[in-house]
Design a protein around this ligand. Structure first.
Ligand SMILES: NC(=O)c1ccc[n+]([C@@H]2O[C@H](COP(=O)([O-])OP(=O)(O)OC[C@H]3O[C@@H](n4cnc5c(N)ncnc54)[C@H](O)[C@@H]3O)[C@@H](O)[C@H]2O)c1
Length: 376
C-alpha cells in the first residue's frame, strides 16, 4: 500500500521527544496504514539531546532555535514536548507558523494559557490535538466501548486515575515537574490529569461540581548540584466530581498521584452500572474485568485481550501491548484524523477537552483552598 508521508518536527527532544522518534522509527509495525510520519527536524536547547537524534534516518535539521524549525516549509506537523511554562509561547508560535500541532499535556501551564492556545488554534484553523495515549490500550478501548454500548444499566459510578510511586523516594532529584513555576500551580493535575479525563470527557461526562483533596509530598529534593531544592507542587490529587448521565447525577472520582504506594505507572478506568461494568488497569496490560448481574446473581469475568490494538499491527495477537505501542497508536489516530480517515476510532484529545480539564483543575484549586464544593 502506498503511504502518504507527513513530515514532523519535534520541539523538545527529552523523555517524550525521544519516545515519539522511536514510535516513528518502527512505523512498519502498523499494518496497512495509509499515512506515515517521517521525523524531519528536532529543536532542543541541549546539544547532547540533539546529538541523540543525529543518526536517525531522514533527519534534515537539528537546531537549538525552534524558530528555525518552524521556518522550514517541508514540515507539516509539529510535536511539542517542553516544560509547562513554555507551552503557551511555543504552541502559539507553531500555529502562527501555519503548522499543525500535536501538543503535550497539560496544554498550557494554567487556564488562561489553555484559553489562549484554544483561541489561536481556532483563529489559525490548524489541526490541533493534545497528547493522551493510555486510552489506546485494548483494555481501555474495551471499557470505552462498553460504556457506550448501553448494556451497563443505570450508571452508578466512574473511577479514572493515574498512580505513580517514584516520588516516595525522598532522594529522587528535583526537576521542573516538582516546581510550580515550571510545572504549574496545578502540579500533579497538570502532569497526570489529562490522562484521567480523556475518556470521561469523550463519553460526555463533563464534571459540573468538584470537591478536591490535594496533598504535598517531599518538600525538598536534591538539585543538580546536590543542594536541596524546594519542591512546592501538589503531588496527589483526588477530585470527587459529579457528572450528568442518563438524566441523573453520578459520581466520577479522578485520582492523580505521584505518591501511590506500589504503583509504578498504573493508569486505570472503571465504569460501573446496575447491570454491568468494566475495569481496566495498565498494571495488567492485557487483562479486562467485566462485571455482570444475572438477576440476583453477580459475576466478575477476567478476559485476556492480547494485542487487540485499534489500528492493526504486525505483532501477534496473543502478545502483550506496552507504552511504545500505545504512543504509536495515538500518533496513528492523530494522523488518520488529520487526513479525515479516523472513522469510528477514538480520536486524540481535542482543544475544547483540554480546556475543560483546565477549568476543572482551576476549580479544584479553589475547592481545596476553601474546603468547598465548586460548581463549574
Ligand atoms: N504523554 C505522556 O505520557 C507524557 C509523559 C511525560 C511527559 N509528558 C509531557 O511532555 C512534556 C515534556 O516532558 P518531558 O518529560 O519530555 O520533559 P523533559 O524534561 O524530559 O524534556 C524537555 C525537553 O525540552 C527541552 N527544551 C526546554 N526548553 C526548550 C526550548 N525553548 N526550545 C527547545 N527545547 C527546549 C529541554 O532541553 C528538554 O530536552 C511536558 O508537557 C510533559 O507534561 C507527557
Amino acid at each position: 500500500m502506498s503511504q502518504k508521508i507527513i513530515r514532523v518536527g519535534i520541539i523538545g527532544g527529552g523523555l517524550m521527544g525521544r519516545e515519539v522518534a522511536s514510535a516513528f522509527a518502527r512505523w512498519m509495525a502498523l499494518a496497512d496504514l495509509p499515512v506515515r510520519p517521517v521525523l524531519h527536524a528536532v529543536a532542543d536547547l541541549s546539544e547532547k539531546v540533539r546529538e541523540w537524534f543525529r543518526p536517525l534516518p531522514g533527519m534534515a535539521l537539528l537546531t537549538a532555535d525552534y524558530h528555525a524549525l518552524l521556518a522550514d516549509p517541508a514540515i507539516d506537523v509539529v510535536y511539542v514536548a517542553v516544560p509547562h511554562h513554555l507551552h503557551q509561547q511555543i504552541y502559539l508560535d507553531v500555529l502562527r507558523a501555519g503548522k499543525d500541532l500535536l501538543a503535550e499535556k497539560p496544554f498550557g501551564i494554567d487556564l488562561p494559557a489553555a484559553q489562549a492556545i484554544c483561541h489561536a488554534a481556532a483563529e489559525h484553523r490548524r489541526f490541533v490535538r493534545c497528547s493522551s495515549e493510555f486510552p489506546y490500550f485494548p483494555g481501555a478501548q474495551a471499557v470505552f466501548q462498553g460504556a457506550q454500548s448501553g448494556t451497563f444499566g443505570r450508571l452508578l459510578e466512574v473511577h479514572s486515575g493515574f498512580h505513580h510511586s517514584s516520588d516516595l523516594d525522598p532522594t529522587k532529584p528535583a526537576n521542573w515537574k516538582r516546581l510550580s513555576a515550571t510545572c504549574g500551580q496545578i502540579g500533579v493535575m497538570g502532569d497526570l490529569g489529562m490522562h484521567t479525563l480523556h475518556l470521561p470527557l469523550r463519553l460526555g461526562w463533563k464534571p459540573h461540581k468538584v470537591y478536591a483533596q490535594l496533598q504535598k509530598g517531599v518538600p525538598q529534593r536534591p538539585g543538580p548540584d546536590g543542594q536541596p531544592v524546594a519542591c512546592d507542587t501538589w503531588d496527589n490529587a483526588t477530585l470527587n466530581t459529579w457528572i450528568h448521565a442518563d438524566g441523573q447525577d453520578v459520581p466520577l472520582r479522578l485520582e492523580m498521584k505521584r505518591l501511590a504506594p506500589g504503583a509504578a505507572n498504573s493508569w486505570y478506568f472503571e465504569v460501573l452500572g446496575s447491570d454491568g461494568g468494566m475495569r481496566y488497569n495498565t498494571a495488567e496490560p492485557k487483562t479486562l474485568y467485566t462485571f455482570r448481574r444475572h438477576g440476583s446473581q453477580q459475576s466478575w469475568e477476567r478476559r485476556d485481550l492480547g494485542f487487540a490494538m485499534p489500528f492493526p499491527a504486525i505483532t501477534g495477537g496473543i502478545f502483550e501491548p506496552g507504552f511504545p505501542d500505545i504512543m504509536q497508536q495515538m500518533w496513528a489516530a492523530y494522523l488518520m484524523e488529520r487526513e479525515g480517515l479516523l472513522g469510528s476510532h477514538l480520536g486524540c484529545v481535542r482543544p475544547d477537552e483540554a480546556l475543560a480539564s483546565h477549568q476543572l483543575f482551576a476549580a479544584a484549586l479553589r475547592s481545596h483552598a476553601d474546603q468547598t464544593v465548586e460548581t463549574l
